[in-house]
Design a protein around this ligand. Structure first.
Ligand code: HEC
Ligand code: HEC
Length: 351
């Protein structure tokens, strides 16, 4: 009986779920029922995303660290931060973020509506008081008009601010990459080198064990033992941020914490010690540097890391023995195959 139920479930899931190991072309973006997508809401969210009023001192917007010119990341190992503080992790791209099941490198948020308030309130990101922000935006007549037309009345609340930003974020999708065309049946979509790279990605390189589905990620957390940057471990401001986040998440030993605990911070489960979420690989050529701590500047370095079987002492990966030519083909696949069509982007006019 159980078995039969399972088989029915699998059959239902097949056409929609990225099946383990199977890459999938980009299709429709999932939209939550509670926050329907309208053009006016997206436009409002876009303005808020680029508006520096969202930060306490008026110097930063979301786009400061998620810059469309940097693949919606900020191009730094460790992300930018509120003046006089330092961040502790790499800023992830927001491309394809609508497809993420877990948000943040440790998966501590799960909806974009919930997530958007974190950076605004964060002492080391935008350092804003949300009660004050609501009043600040209520003083801008254009915003009051837009909130009214989008939400039905003129109440400017943090929940609506987050809903509008989330609606905008759901439009950030990389489309029509050679991989999509290839998976949709165009056998010539990948160049000969990229095609060899694709075969390594799904074969000898074992990349598709974890990087599959639409976003090329498995919604899991893995302990790869990516090396730490000693400079960052030593930086007292980064250490303060690390201890602060750990304290907020009731990590008992936060005072003496000297490295990033990864997913453990959230679950307190020993198997999650230094486990990080598998990141999307869409538009990966434009989102360097790589890993939760930005330790690798190039895709060649990342490929070298996986080829060596990952970081010291990890049990998730094994050495791959790729030849220099194969490493090059894998890089070409990542660079060419996963880069979406250039979309025209227009900056909003901030009221
Ligand atoms: C000062 C830099 C900074 C600012 C400003 C900032 N972010 Fe981020 N953002 C980050 C960093 C760093 C992370 C990863 C943090 C972590 O994993 O612990 C992140 C993570 C995210 C994620 C999760 C993405 C993923 O794939 O898991 C989303 C979504 C996001 N930010 C949206 C926003 C929005 C919306 C704003 C504005 C309200 C914003 N960010 C402002 C640096 C910033
Ligand atoms: C066991 C699962 C697993 C396998 C197998 C795997 N990866 Fe990953 N990959 C991850 C995780 C987890 C991270 C994030 C690690 C971190 O941030 O510390 C990652 C990070 C990356 C990144 C950096 C992305 C970014 O935005 O920072 C790239 C590129 C990448 N992997 C490519 C590959 C390639 C190419 C292969 C095959 C040679 C591969 N991966 C095999 C799980 C895996």
């Amino acid at each position: 009986m159980r078995r039969k139920l399972l088989m029915i479930l699998v059959a239902l899931c097949l056409p929609v779920c990225g099946f383990t190991g199977q890459l999938a072309p980009v299709g429709d973006v999932p939209i939550p029922e509670q926050n329907p997508q309208t053009p006016a809401k997206v436009e409002l969210g876009k303005k808020l995303f680029f508006d520096r009023r969202l930060s306490g001192d008026g110097t930063m917007s979301c786009s400061t660290c998620h810059d469309p010119r940097q693949g919606y990341s900020d191009g730094l190992e460790i992300s930018l931060s509120y003046p006089t503080t330092r961040n502790w992790r790499n800023s992830p791209t927001l491309i394809g973020v609508a497809f993420q099941k877990y948000l943040f490198h440790d998966g501590r948020a799960s909806t974009l509506e919930e997530q958007a308030l974190f950076p605004m309130m964060s002492a080391f990101e935008m350092n804003q008081n949300l009660d004050f922000l609501e009043e600040k935006l209520r003083s801008v007549p254009e915003y009051v008009t837009e909130f009214t037309s989008v939400f039905g009345d003129d109440d400017v609340t943090r929940a609506r601010i987050a809903m509008a930003i989330a609606a905008f974020e759901r439009t950030l999708v990389s489309r029509d990459a050679p991989l999509d065309r290839f998976l949709n049946g165009d056998t010539n979509a990948l160049s000969p080198e990229a095609l060899k790279g694709y075969k390594l990605f799904t074969g000898k390189g074992k990349c598709a064990d974890c990087h599959y589905g639409v976003k090329l990620a498995d919604d899991q957390f893995h302990v790869l033992h990516v090396p730490e940057n000693p400079e960052h471990l030593k930086d007292p401001r980064i250490a303060a941020t690390r201890r602060f986040v750990a304290k907020v998440y009731h990590f008992e030993g936060y005072r003496t914490l000297s490295e990033d605990p990864g997913r453990y911070l959230i679950t307190k489960d020993q198997k999650d010690w230094k486990a990080f979420r598998t990141p999307t690989l869409r538009d990966i050529a434009s989102t360097a540097p790589y890993m939760h701590n930005g330790i690798y500047a190039t895709l060649d370095e990342v490929i070298e890391f996986f080829n060596a079987g990952g970081g010291k002492g990890n049990t998730a990966l094994t050495p791959l023995q790729l030849t220099p030519a194969e490493k090059g083909q894998l890089r070409v696949f990542l660079e060419e195959g996963l880069t979406g069509a250039k979309a025209t982007f227009t900056y909003p006019k901030i009221p």
